[in-house]
Write a protein that binds this ligand. Structure first.
Ligand code: GMT
Length: 378
C-alpha cells in the first residue's frame, strides 16, 4: 500500500481559477486519505471543512517603515513553520511568484538538519504571459522555477511558452485542470425565471474576473452585432470590477439584453441554465471557466489562443475564432443559434469530452504520481 502523504498547498484564496484548482485538488487528496495543509492570506473561498484538511493563515502586518506592504517574507516564515510543525512531505505551490519563491526561502530557513519537503510548482499562466515580460520580475520567476524540485503547467501551450519566455532547461510536466459538475439546484427553469429569460430566448454566459485580458468589450460588441440579437440574453458572472464596462453596455444599447451578477460563489445553477458559453480572452493558459461550461453540456464560442484549443475541440465541442474580433464571435454565435441541432450535438459532445479528459480523480492521480516520483528522486 502506498504511504499517506502530508502536503502543503500554497495558493491564492480568491475566486480565480488557480485558487479553485488548488482548493479542489486539496479536497480530493484529503478525501483519498492524505493530510492537506492550505497556506494563504485568507481561507480559500471553496474550501469546505473536513477530515485531513487544515488552514494556516499568513498574517501580514503593516509597518510604516515599509513604503509597500510585503507578502513574500511572512509567507516564507509561515511555510517554514508549517513544514517544521507538521513534517510535510510535499509543498505544492501554485504560481512561481510569490509562492515558489516563498517555499524556496522556507526550505533554506529549515536548514539541512530538518525534514525538507519536495517543492512542486504549478504554473497557471500569469507568471509567464504577464509578469514574465516584466524585466523587474523575470529573473526571480526563472530562478523560482529552476530551483523547484518539479514543475508542471496546466497546458501544453503554457509549457512551450514558459520554455520560450525563460529559456528553462528544467523538465516540465503538463497536468491539465479538472472539473465535474455537481447535482444542481435550483433547477434550470427556476434560474431562468429569476433572470427573466424565456425558453424561446438563448442565454449566453460569460464568466471571468473581467480583467482587460478577458476582452469583455469584445463580448459586448459581439452581442450587439448579432443577427439574432433580439432572441438573445447575455449573463455575465463577474468575479471582478464590472464598472468600467457599464458605459459600453449603454453605448451599445444592451441594457435590456445584459444581466450582470457579481462575485457568485455557486456558479453551477447558472451554468445549468445557460445555452452557450462566450469567451473572448486574448491570452489564456487553460480557461477553467470554459471547461466548467463544457462540462455542463454547453458548447462555447471562444478565442483560439493559448491553451483554449486544448480544452475546446473546434467544430466538435465549440467554435474557435481569432482574438480581437467581435465580428467573428458574432458570426459563430449566429451560426449556432441558426442550427439548433448542431448546438445540441456540440453540447452533448462537450459534456462527454470533459468527462473523458478532465475527470477529477484522473488528474488527482497524475499529481499524486508526480509527488511520489519527486520524493523517490531525492
Ligand atoms: O485568468 C486569470 O486572470 C486568473 C488566473 C488565476 O490565477 O486563476 O487564471 C489562470 O489560471 C487558471 C487556472 O489554471 C487558468 O484556467 C487560466 O487560463 C489562467 N489565466 C491566464 O492564463 C490569463
Amino acid at each position: 500500500m502506498e504511504s499517506r502523504l502530508k502536503i502543503g498547498m500554497v495558493c491564492y484564496p480568491s475566486i480565480g481559477g488557480s485558487g479553485i484548482v488548488a482548493t479542489e485538488l486539496g479536497m480530493l487528496l484529503a478525501a483519498a486519505g492524505h493530510e492537506i495543509h492550505f497556506i494563504s492570506y485568507e481561507r480559500p473561498v471553496r474550501l469546505k471543512c473536513g477530515e485531513n484538511l487544515f488552514y494556516h493563515p499568513v498574517v501580514v502586518n503593516e509597518y510604516s517603515l515599509f513604503k509597500y506592504p510585503d507578502y513574500t517574507l511572512p509567507l516564507s516564515v509561515r511555510i517554514m513553520e508549517v513544514c517544521a510543525e507538521h513534517q510535510l512531505d510535499v509543498l505544492h505551490v501554485h504560481y512561481a511568484v510569490p509562492h515558489a519563491t516563498g517555499a524556496l526561502l522556507a526550505k533554506q530557513m529549515l536548514g539541512p538538519d530538518k525534514k525538507c519537503p519536495v517543492i512542486l510548482t504549478t504554473l497557471h499562466g500569469t507568471d509567464t504571459n504577464l509578469l514574465g515580460k516584466d524585466p523587474h520580475y523575470r529573473p526571480i520567476i526563472k530562478y523560482s522555477i529552476e530551483n523547484s524540485d518539479g514543475v508542471s503547467t496546466v497546458s501544453e501551450s503554457l509549457k512551450v511558452q514558459t520554455i520560450e519566455t525563460f529559456g528553462i532547461q528544467h523538465s516540465i510536466k503538463v497536468i491539465p485542470n479538472f472539473y465535474a459538475p455537481a447535482t444542481v439546484k435550483p433547477s434550470r427553469e427556476e434560474v431562468r425565471q429569476e433572470l427573466q429569460v424565456t425558453e424561446a430566448e438563448h442565454l449566453l454566459l460569460h464568466m471571468s474576473n473581467a480583467r482587460p485580458g478577458k476582452r469583455v468589450i469584445d463580448v459586448l460588441k459581439a452581442v450587439a452585432r448579432l443577427n439574432n440579437r433580439s432572441r438573445v440574453k447575455l449573463l455575465i458572472l463577474a468575479g471582478g470590477d464590472f464598472e468600467p464596462y457599464e458605459a459600453e453596455v449603454m453605448r451599445l444599447d444592451l441594457q435590456d439584453r445584459v444581466i450582470v451578477i457579481k462575485d457568485v460563489k455557486d456558479i453551477e445553477p447558472y451554468l445549468n441554465a445557460c445555452d452557450l458559453g462566450l469567451y473572448a480572452s486574448e491570452a489564456e493558459s487553460f480557461g477553467l471557466s470554459i471547461l466548467e461550461t463544457l462540462a455542463h453540456g454547453k458548447p462555447v464560442v471562444a478565442t483560439d489562443v493559448g491553451g483554449i484549443p486544448e480544452v475546446v475541440q473546434d467544430g466538435r465541442t465549440g467554435l474557435l475564432v481569432p482574438p480581437h474580433s467581435p465580428e467573428a464571435l458574432a458570426d459563430a454565435i449566429d451560426q449556432l443559434i441558426d442550427h439548433p441541432e448542431q448546438m445540441t450535438a456540440m453540447g452533448q459532445a462537450a459534456a462527454e469530452d470533459a468527462k473523458a479528459r478532465f475527470a477529477p480523480p484522473v488528474i488527482r492521480d497524475q499529481y499524486l504520481r508526480c509527488y511520489r516520483d519527486l520524493l523517490a528522486s531525492l
